[in-house]
Write a new protein. Structure first.
Length: 160
């Protein structure tokens, strides 16, 4: 792998390798600028300031707050029927949690907010999965150090 470009490998094992090489952020930006899920605006926004990253780590789905969905109070509320069609279709194609790109999550004052992968989160829940792999970003070194010390020792960590 090393300095070679990523070739459409957005599974957990690939991101673990990038994390071991200290290139987690490189993987994130490559992922956000590839495929039918591309979100270059999100990638550009992440580049506006220094970020601190941890991951991939395996976390309980219930520990994560979705930002997108049909429920009242969602940051980005979507049509219920459309949401269910999307997660139903996605859930049918999911067989291996390690083959799915980790969710990208923001640490916000103690809350873990799913910023990329809300539909995957919904589909995993529909399949009855209890956990998923995530990458967490922090907007300050203080938050990074605090959360790492408080929560991460008990979690399954792929690489840091």
């Amino acid at each position: 792998m090393g300095s070679q470009p990523i070739k459409a490998r957005f599974d957990v094992q690939t991101v673990q390798q990038f994390a071991r090489e200290g290139k987690l952020e490189e993987w994130v930006h490559t992922y956000l600028n590839a495929g039918h899920w591309a979100n270059p605006g999100f990638s550009d926004g992440l580049k506006l300031q220094e970020r601190w990253w941890i991951g991939p780590i395996e976390m309980e789905l219930t520990a994560l707050s979705r930002a997108v969905g049909p429920e009242a109070g969602m940051e980005y509320q979507v049509d219920k029927d459309s949401w269910h069609r999307r997660i139903d279709k996605m859930a049918q194609s999911m067989t291996d949690p390690l083959a799915i790109p980790p969710l990208i999550v923001e640490y916000r004052s103690g809350e873990l907010s799913v910023r990329d992968g809300n539909t995957r989160h919904g589909a995993m829940s529909l399949r009855g999965w209890s956990a998923c792999w995530v990458l967490i970003w922090y907007n300050s070194e203080e938050d990074y150090l605090h959360h790492r010390a408080q929560l991460l020792p008990a979690m399954r960590i792929g690489a840091q």
